[in-house]
Every structure is written in C-alpha cells, then in structure tokens.
Design a protein. Structure first.
Lengths: 508, 366
C-alpha cells in the first residue's frame, strides 16, 4: 500500500458465541486520515468486530494494535483512552437529558457546563455540525440524535471513529450532510470506519473497502478500483443480479379505499391527519416517509390494530361489494372473508414469537381453525412450515428450531412465507427488507412481485428510496402524518421523494 | 509479542444453547455442592461425621413409611400450588398471590364445614365445599386480573396485596369461630362428627396425591395441546403478536387467572378439608411463594415440576430432621434450606453463562 501510517491493525481476531463463530482469524488495517467502508452481509461479523475495538466484547484470540502498540480493550473506557469511539446503530442517549448533558455524561473531573458548551461549539464549528446544545433528546429527530452521538465521541478526543450503519435512518439530504461532516473529519486526519449496506454510499464516501463474509476477512481494495457488482459478488460469495423487476400492473381496480383517515395516539398526538388514497389490485403502492411519520399507523389502521378517530376504510370485493373495515378487530376482519396479510416492521415482537418454533409460528394465523374446539391441530402448520422452508430456502436446522435463533433474513422469510400462504387479497408490508442482506432482499422483492401479479393489492412501506423508485408502481409520501403527494414510481427520482418527505407541502 | 500486556485471566461468555444433559449435570453438581457445604457446617456445629448427616437428611424425608407418605403429601400440595401458578407465569402475569388464593379457598371450605354442619347432609356439604373453595380462589385470582386487563395495573403488587387481605380475613374469622372462646384458634373442626372431612382413599394421604396427579396431567395437556394453552403462550411471549393475530389479550388474562386462582383454591380445600381439618393464617406456609420457584426451576413444564417440588420438599424435610436429630433449633434448618436453595438457583447462572479461561496464559512470557 501507499506510504500511510496505520492507525489500527487487527491481527488474527477470533470471536465465538457458543457454537457460532462471529469472527474467525480476521486481519484488517485502518490507516490514518482515511474512510474505510466495512462491507458484508448480515451476520458476517462486521458489528462484532467493531464492538471489540469499542470495548463491548473481548476477543477470544488475536491482537489489536493501535498506533503501533498492542492494546487491551476491556471496556468502552479503555477504548476512549486509546482514542477510539463508536456510534452504535441503536443510540445510547438519555432521553430526558439535553445534548450537552449527554455529551459530558460519565466524564471525570469537575462539572462545568459552560466550559463544555464552549468546547462542543468549537467541535461543531470545526467540522460543520449543527447542534442545539439545550435541546432535550426526546425532542430531537433521528438525525439530530446521531449528531449528538458523533459529537460525544469527538468530545472525548477520539481519533478513530466507527459508525455502525449511520445512514439507515437518514433521508438522502441528511445523509449528504453527514458525509460532508465525515469528509471534514478526514481532512483533520481522523480515521473513520463506516459499516453500511448501501453500495452507492460506499462509492461516494469511502477511500477503501474491506469485505467480510461469514466472519472471515475476504479482501480489501481501493473504492475507486471496484464497482457495485464486484463488491456484491464478494459479499455474497457468488454472482447476484442487481435489478429489481417491475411488471406492468394488470387490470388495476380499487381494493382498499381510505378516506380522510385520522389517527390520534394515546397521548393525543396526531399520527395520521386526513389521509386519503386508493390501493389497487395488481399494483404495489409504495409508502415513503421519514421514520415515525405515520407509516406504521397507516398499516396498523388498515389491519384493525389502531384506534381510529375519524375517516373511512373500505374494502372492495372482487364482485364490487364493499365492506367497512373501520373499527373492526383483526379477527372480525378475517371473519368477513377479507384476506388481509400483514408483514409488520417488528418481526419478532409482533409478526412472530421468537421463542416458538417454526411450526408453532405458522399456527399463529391458523390455530383457531381445525376440527376440535378445544385442542390445537398441529399437522397442517407443520406441513406449511416444511413448505415454506423448502420453497424459500430458509436456512434452519429443523422446523422445531425457535425462530429467534435464525438470522434476520430467514426470520423474514418465515414471516412473509406465512403471510402469503393464505393467498391474500391485500398485502401490507412494513420495512420488509430492513436489515436483510442482498440476496434475501431480492428474494423478498420477488415474492412481493409475485403477489402483485396474482392480483393482490400491495402496500409497501420502505425506507430505501432507491428501492421504492425501482419497485413500486405508485408512491405515496407521508410527512408528519399528512400525505404530501402520490407520485408515479416510473417517473420520479429519490431527490423528489426526499424533498416531499421533509416538506409539509400540498399534494402535487 | 515482546510487550507484556495485562490480559484478563478469564471472561464470562453467554452460552448460545445448552444440551439438557449438560444442564442437568450442572444442577446435580450444584446440589452435591450444597449438600457438602451443609454437611461441613453441621459437622462444625455438631462434630458428627458427614455420612450420618446425609443419612439423617434422607431419614427425615423417607425414614419410615409414615414419613414417606407425609413427604409425598407435602409434595402433592406444593405441586398443585406450583401448577396453579404456572399458566399465569407462562402468560408473564406475575401471580405472587398464590398464598392468598390458597388461604381464601381454605377459608371457604372451613366456612362450609363450620356453618353448615348441622343444616345439610355431609355429601352436600362436601360438594358445596368444593364449589365454594374453587370459586373463592378464582375470585381472588381474577380481581388483580381485571385490574390488569382494564387499567393495566401492576399485577405483582395487586396479587401480593390480595395475600394480606386473605390473611386478615382468616384472622378475623378465626376469632369469630374460635373454639373454645378466647383460645384464639379454631381447633379441629367437627372432630366428633367428621362432617366436611374429605373422604380418605386408601389412607389419609392418598387423596391429595391423586388430586396432584390429576392436576399435573390436566395442566400438561392444557398447556401443550389446547387452543387456550397456545393463546397463553402467545400472550406471554408478546402481547403485540397476540393482538396482531386477533387474540383478545384481556380475555386470556382473565380466563387464565380464573383457572390459576381456582386451582390454588383446590389446594386450600385439600389443606383444610383433607389434611388439617382446621384453618390458621399460616396454613399455606409460604408455599404460594415456594411454588413460584418450583415452577420456574422446572421451566414451566408440569412434568418436571414433579421433580423440582420433590427436591425442595426433600431438602426442607431433611434439613428440619437435622436440626431435631442434632438438637439444633428450627433456625438451623432454615439456614440449611437457604444454602440449598442458593445453590440450586445460583447454578442457573452457570447454565446460562460459561467462564472461559485464556488458554495462552503463561506462553506469553516464553
């Protein structure tokens, strides 16, 4: 390599959890003043590896060399002392404290808020952060919280920053802002490791890419000398196609008609405000928005899980008869003969039961049927579980394995497999590919497309705008619970969507 | 490496999964270690050899035929109470009100025995006892369940507080019904007529044992093979999932606590009508709480609860035998029981985690 100083050098790092090997003999160098992208599919051990640098885990074997000296990192404090700071995927902030209080939390020495604020200001000016030091965390947007996390790390004098999927929760505009800050930090000689799934981001921000697969280090290379296809193939281990199909809708007819829907949560906060739209058969209706803008509530309202204040939700049968779904429980909706499937965002907390095995999870939807009134019928769910495992290539030891032991992609296949097994007329999906690796994601897109071709009305809540633009026929944009527009998926781009997501404008 | 670096000598690692054989090996080692420590302490206090101490423990539980029967009867009652708590715990409804539900069931049985003895034939009284004690237990269980279902109150507090109400009610009726007046206790009810005494099958211990066997099998089937059991499991694992598939969480909570309370009421009935033929505020003897432990140790498996309840009763009776045989007081038995429970519960840590010692220690300096 070039004449660069090594900041971190990992040598033969191995870490196991029980029988699972998260990292096996990983060698990795990070240079000073560079941005390194750490790429890999889910479960390839990226986060585990970085957690060992941050003092969360301790390696079973191997050495960590920081600035030429072997280091023992036993706690996050050790890591800070060595100038290493990590911003985790799930923020570790105290909601009722303001930005300054969170930043200086846990530091030794006398408490001097004024002095601290001055230093925070300096850091922000130097790198171009925007931060309101007096704002409480619970009032902050995700992007603001992330800024606090990064400043917190810099405040502790970190020279080596690790960012774990920082862009997963940001809009394109916010991502661009973050990248500018990262470039400023790089100019200042700091080393940055960024974990991400998004290849276009890898290309726009990083100098070098390192790829992990199944816990092993595969290769590293200069970003300028590789491309998306090559990186994907390295991550997956074989060649993958990177195009999402979008068949033309066949004979679309209204299936779900939502009129003036308003939902207010228990604390009186308006979650959905006068939302109206129609979801057609044989069509994928994308729903875009910054997280927490009412996407979740919209799907829950249709599924009968939300207290609705006002509005109308109508289901249109094949023969034109209509059913009013408003105020009906999920059970009443299914008793009406409305075949509605729902793949919720919270897979193990809502869609599935983590401690139950595959077969028992299949039973969630069907346990009420069966001959006996009192006893459960276990044969059918077992058959269904076998079918889903075979058809969707679920990697599992057996159908008697608790689903929580499966990886994210396999968990999602089980959930989607169950939901589409009833041949739904309406399919609601929330963040169907969140946290999934590339090959599983494409498999899920395929399954959703098949439902569309069968004539189901699909509502697809997504966060990756590139995917929404490629997959959906129409895209509805929500901002703060209001519809800011419904656009044609074939004639839009992610920047249009991005600006619609942030402005409470009128429908265009 | 030239540099000498301080490395941690060992660290604690969470086990991904453990084979049940390994887990049981750890548990057995823990019990043996507990017994060894108990023997050591007793040796220091009494100067006797450990073999005779272990023999005493065994003698305490199974020394004579009578002792064996009593041990089994104790196991039966503890097992019924543990089984009663199990569906609630599986639903993640922390029913620590077993004590009160048992007491109130017992009180209902005692009330029938005392107030109706000269009014109705014996058979009718026994049927009424069964009905009222199950009902009383169910009511005691369902009150916190209603609060939980309607207003989401904390069931740990409300079930616990129901215990005190039950205790005070029993204390009150002890004074109302005391025999003789001024003695402050009820004494054996209907000692001459035996009215309201549950019939003894074979011998006087067998009734509770048969009842426990029936409840065990019933609960095993209920939890594993019925729609209700499935709903309990789903609600316990995630209320969100339950709502998502259209299960009425409130209904399941209320229904399950009716059942849980009713079975506790059954234990109260057996204690008053079948075993003691009297009622005191301490008749359930903390088993409403011990049952929580029995149920947890067995991981809510009704069949495994047979063994966990046997283990706890065996240790308990063995410990009190030691204190009498070596002329120590009851507190000594409590100390021994405490040690044993500490080991049994503590070993769960080693089932969940393992300690990894760094292998390359020492090589570093070579």
């Amino acid at each position: 390599m070039e004449n660069k100083e090594v900041a971190i050098s990992l040598r033969g790092i191995t870490k196991t959890f029980g029988d699972v090997t998260a990292n096996s003999n990983v060698n990795l160098d990070v240079y000073k003043g560079e941005i390194l992208s750490l790429l890999g599919e889910n479960g390839s051990g990226k986060t585990t590896l970085m957690n060992m640098l941050a003092g969360i885990y301790y390696p079973d074997a191997g050495q960590i060399i920081i600035n030429g000296k072997e280091a023992v990192i036993r706690s996050p404090k050790d890591a800070f002392d060595l100038g290493i700071g990590m911003v985790h995927q799930h923020f570790k902030l105290i909601d009722v404290f303001n930005a300054t209080e969170n930043i200086i939390l846990g530091l030794e020495g006398r408490l001097n808020i004024k002095e601290a604020e001055k230093r925070i200001r300096e850091i922000c000016d130097k790198y171009g952060f925007e931060i309101n030091t007096n704002k409480k965390i619970y009032d902050m947007s995700v992007s603001e919280k992330q800024t606090v996390e990064i400043v917190k790390v810099l405040y502790r004098g970190a020279d080596i920053l690790i960012l774990d999927e920082p862009t997963a929760v940001l809009t394109p505009q916010e991502t661009e802002k973050l990248f500018n800050v990262m470039r400023n930090m790089k100019k200042d000689g700091k080393s940055i490791v960024i974990i991400t799934h998004k290849l276009n981001e890898v290309q726009s921000i990083s100098d070098r890419v390192a790829v992990l697969r199944h816990g092993e280090f595969i290769d590293d290379m200069k970003t300028s000398k590789t491309n998306a296809q090559e990186m994907t193939d390295m991550m997956v281990g074989h060649s993958v196609s990177l195009n999402i199909d979008r068949p033309e809708p066949v004979d679309p007819k209204p299936r779900i008609v939502v009129e003036n829907l308003t939902v207010v949560d228990e604390e009186g906060i308006v979650k959905l405000d006068d939302v109206s739209f129609t979801a057609n058969t044989g069509e994928i209706l994308g729903i875009a928005g910054i997280s927490g803008c009412g996407q979740k509530e919209l799907l829950r309202a249709i599924a009968g899980l939300e207290n609705i204040k006002d509005g109308k939700i109508t289901y249109v049968h094949q023969d034109g008869r209509t059913e009013d779904l408003l105020g009906k429980s999920p059970r009443e909706i299914s008793d009406l003969g409305v075949k509605l499937s729902f793949v919720p965002e919270d897979r193990l907390g809502m869609g599935l039961v983590g401690n139950m095995n595959l077969a028992d999870n299949m039973m969630l939807r069907s346990y009420r049927s069966g001959k006996s009134r009192f006893f459960t019928e276990k044969k059918e769910p077992r058959k269904l579980a076998e079918r889903v495992v075979n058809k969707l290539q679920v990697a599992t030891p057996s159908i008697d394995t608790p689903v929580r032991l499966l990886s994210g992609g396999n968990v999602q296949k089980i959930l989607v497999g169950r939901e589409i097994s009833s041949r739904p007329k309406v399919l609601l999906t929330a963040y169907a590919v969140r946290g999934l690796d590339i090959s599983s994601s494409y498999q899920i897109y395929d399954l959703i497309n098949k439902q569309k071709e069968r004539g189901a009305a699909v509502l697809f809540v997504g966060e990756d705008l590139d995917v929404l633009v490629e997959l959906c026929d129409r895209i509805l944009v929500l901002c703060g619970g209001k519809v800011t527009g419904i656009v044609d998926g074939r004639n839009t781009d992610k920047f249009t969507l991005g600006s619609m997501m942030t402005q409470k404008g009128e429908a265009s | 490496m030239e540099q000498k670096v301080k490395e941690p000598r060992f660290h604690i690692v969470k086990r991904a999964d453990i084979r049940s054989r390994e887990a049981w090996t750890i548990r057995i080692i823990a019990i043996l270690a507990a017994l060894a420590l108990c023997a050591l302490i007793t040796m220091v206090c009494t100067g006797d050899n450990p073999i005779s101490i272990f023999a005493t423990i065994f003698k305490g539980a199974f020394g004579t035929q009578r002792k064996t029967w009593i041990t089994l009867q104790y196991v039966a009652i503890l097992l019924i109470i543990s089984l009663a708590l199990t569906p609630a715990f599986k639903m993640q409804f922390w029913n620590v009100g077993g004590e009160g539900q048992v007491l109130i069931g017992g009180l209902a049985a005692a009330a029938c025995m005392i107030t109706l003895s000269d009014k109705l034939p014996n058979g009718v009284i026994i049927i009424l006892m069964i009905v009222t004690s199950l009902l009383a237990g169910a009511v005691w269980g369902v009150i916190p369940a209603l609060f939980k279902a309607l207003w989401n109150t904390n069931e740990t507090l409300s079930t616990l507080m129901m215990n005190y109400i039950a205790t005070q009610l029993v204390a009150y009726f002890t004074i109302v019904w005391e025999v003789p007046k001024g003695s402050g206790k009820i004494g054996i009810i209907n000692q001459n007529t035996n009215i309201g005494w549950l019939p003894s099958i074979g011998n006087k211990y067998l009734l509770s044992i048969i009842a426990a066997a029936v409840v065990t099998i019933g609960m095993f089937i209920y939890l594993k093979y019925t729609k209700h059991g499935y709903e309990i499991e789903v609600v316990g694992e995630s209320q969100n999932t339950a709502r998502y598939v259209g299960i009425s969480v409130e209904k399941v909570i209320i229904r399950t606590m009716l059942l849980s309370g009713a079975i506790c009421g059954l234990a109260g009935l057996l204690l008053v009508g079948g075993i003691n033929h009297t009622i005191t505020t301490t008749i359930s003897d903390g088993q409403g709480f011990t049952g929580v432990m029995v149920s947890w140790l067995a991981k809510f498996n009704p069949v495994a609860m047979i063994f966990t309840s046997l283990l706890i009763i065996f240790m308990d009776r063995g410990a009190s035998e030691i204190s009498t045989a070596f002329e120590l007081n009851q507190s000594f038995a409590d100390i021994l029981t405490g040690i044993i429970l500490f080991f049994i519960i503590g070993c769960e840590f080693f089932i969940r985690y393992k300690i990894v010692v760094r292998k390359d220690l020492g090589k570093e300096n070579a």
